[in-house]
Design a protein around this ligand. Structure first.
Ligand code: FES
Length: 147
């Protein structure tokens, strides 16, 4: 089982091992829709956090203008294993089965992501918020540009 004893506050939590579900590990080791190269063509871009402190998340979405569904979701982060696994899962949820409409994608919550991941250690739950916020920012960017 993969253990991470580091903490967002820099304290050593080595006496309390953090256990990750098999689904979290799968998405961490094989992140879905992650990209090293920013897409050249996309509909909306969302950036949250700060590259300077590490908790940065960038999301590019491509939207089908006829159906208003998310056709593609690419992302980058400097966040931790939990942020990587959470955003990987979010990218799958947003694009599976033909893609979510923007209205449905906006209703996704970090709790929905956690349920699909089989949970995260309590002190890592905040990491699942990064992708969610970046997706909302990308949707807002798209809507602003298409007005
Ligand atoms: Fe910062 Fe997870 S601790 S993204």
């Amino acid at each position: 089982m993969l253990q991470d004893n580091s903490a967002a506050d820099g304290q050593d939590n080595s006496c309390v091992p953090w256990m990750y579900s098999e689904i979290v590990k799968e998405h961490f080791f094989n992140p879905q829709n992650f990209t090293f190269e920013p897409p050249k063509v996309y509909s909306g871009l969302g950036l949250v956090g700060s590259p300077a402190c590490g908790d940065m998340m960038k999301v590019w979405i491509t939207v089908d203008e006829k159906t208003n569904k998310i056709k593609d979701f690419k992302w980058q982060t400097f966040g931790c294993a939990s942020a990587i696994a959470s955003t990987s899962m979010l990218s799958v949820m947003a694009t599976e089965n033909g893609g979510l409409t923007l209205d449905k994608a906006e209703k996704l919550t970090p709790q929905d992501i956690l349920e699909r991941l089989g949970g995260l250690p309590d002190r890592k739950v905040h990491c699942s918020v990064l992708g969610d916020q970046a997706l909302r920012a990308a949707i807002e960017d798209y809507r602003g540009k298409s007005k």
